[in-house]
Design a protein around this ligand. Structure first.
Ligand SMILES: Cc1cc2nc3c(=O)[nH]c(=O)nc-3n(C[C@H](O)[C@H](O)[C@H](O)COP(=O)(O)OP(=O)(O)OC[C@H]3O[C@@H](n4cnc5c(N)ncnc54)[C@H](O)[C@@H]3O)c2cc1C
Length: 356
């Protein structure tokens, strides 16, 4: 069986981002790479959105950027401007196409369906696949989004809605968001932060239909794309690095308080590429112990006080948008952190802190 210098298990966002980063930095000229991926076809399956806090390789896959956004609760509404850090959405179909056409030009890179198809005994292995089942009683961010086309121009394409809590909460944290790509086209998502066992929250089709008709007042539209997902808001019990280097969601690249993962994956890919010759010896990459600690407290507050969360998120945005965006994108300094903390209700956060 064929041997490879590097093996990437899982050719999804993290696996392909890493392969691309290695390739464009000429790290695969004299080295071989096997990507293990069972899926039969690549097509748009996700829309990755994030605050662009640093440059990335996929600007040409961005469907839309926004410099203005709103956040709504039942009582309040706020419009904010984010000129320095645009909010971007990437079409995963474009991302897959771009990477595949680049990788196809290097014969040192091969795709396989199964790890058993190759000899990986002496390879450096990067893994993006979770081991075993994840605990469904823990907190998850689960959601469904649909991209719709309306018969009339109804959206303001300059302003995206980041969070709209003006909806049924069912004693959980529930919000919608709307990304208007054009005046007559938008991605609308229903998002829950709850356990992943209770199926009563998963009537996503009805939630979306009622939100679009009642809240957005849109009667006629065509469905163009649908996506569904569940992101664990906890790290897998053992992210065991050493023999293999875990990447992507399985490698702890999800920011637990937000579910944002895409840009962390890009940063991790750059870190691995810069250190590829000494990768087993360098410090393991993480998105910041500070954020792990703060998110743990934040999620504890969220789990125990779901009814307070709309107000808490709203209050957070009383800080300048740049401060909040840097905080949510793990790029805040101590002063930013203190500004955010100062907006939080003290008692419930202190209680959560002492419980940890
Ligand atoms: C619908 C959806 C929308 C999301 N939106 C956002 C967003 O807007 N912003 C953001 O920052 N994050 C978002 N995320 C979270 C995160 O960015 C994505 O989940 C991202 O795809 C994670 O990358 P990954 O490589 O870890 O996992 P994946 O992209 O899921 O890649 C894992 C790959 O492993 C393959 N695989 C599975 N089993 C095996 C096996 N046994 N052997 C080998 N390969 C296997 C899969 O086919 C897949 O291709 C979203 C997630 C989902 C599901």
């Amino acid at each position: 069986m064929k041997e490879f210098d590097y093996v990437i298990i899982g050719g999804g966002c993290a696996g392909l981002s890493l392969a691309y980063e290695l390739e464009i930095n000429d790290k695969l000229i004299n080295k071989s790479l096997a990507i293990i991926e069972p899926r039969e076809e690549y097509k748009r399956d996700k829309t990755w959105s994030f605050w662009k806090v640093f440059d990335h390789n996929f600007e040409d896959c961005v469907i839309k950027s926004w410099n203005n956004f709103t956040i709504n609760t039942k009582e309040n509404s706020k419009e904010l401007t984010n000129k320095d850090f645009p909010y971007q959405s990437i079409d995963s179909g474009k991302f897959y196409d771009k990477i595949h056409s680049k990788l196809a030009r290097n014969s040192n890179i091969n795709f396989y369906e199964n790890l058993n198809d190759i000899n990986s005994e002496n390879s450096i292995i990067f893994n993006s696949v979770f081991e075993g089942d994840l605990n469904k009683s823990n907190l998850w961010q689960h959601f469904q989004g649909i991209e719709i086309e309306t018969t009339k121009d109804v959206f303001n394409e300059e302003i995206m809605n980041l969070m709209d809590f003006n909806c049924e909460q069912r004693n959980q944290v529930h919000f919608f968001y709307t990304l208007p790509f054009r005046k007559n086209r938008a991605l609308i998502e229903t998002t829950w932060l709850s356990d992943f066992k209770d199926r009563s929250f998963m009537d996503y089709d009805q939630q979306l239909e009622s939100y679009i008709k009642i809240n957005l007042g849109i009667k006629n539209y065509n469905l163009k794309f649908k996506e569904k997902g569940a992101i664990p808001l906890f790290y897998p019990a053992k992210i065991k690095d050493g023999l293999v280097i875990n990447i992507g969601s399985a490698g702890g690249m999800t920011r637990l308080s937000t579910g944002y993962t895409f840009l962390n994956i890009q940063e991790h890919s750059k870190y691995i590429t810069n250190n590829i010759d000494i990768i087993k010896k360098v410090k393991k990459f993480n998105i910041g112990k500070k954020y792990e600690f703060l998110d743990k407290i934040f999620l504890r507050v969220l789990k125990n006080n779901p009814e307070k969360m709309p107000d808490i998120f709203f209050k957070m945005f009383q800080c300048s948008p740049d401060t909040v965006i840097k905080f949510l994108s793990n790029k805040s300094n101590m002063f930013d952190d203190l500004k955010i903390i100062s907006k939080m209700p003290k008692l419930i956060f202190l209680k959560a802190l002492f419980k940890s």
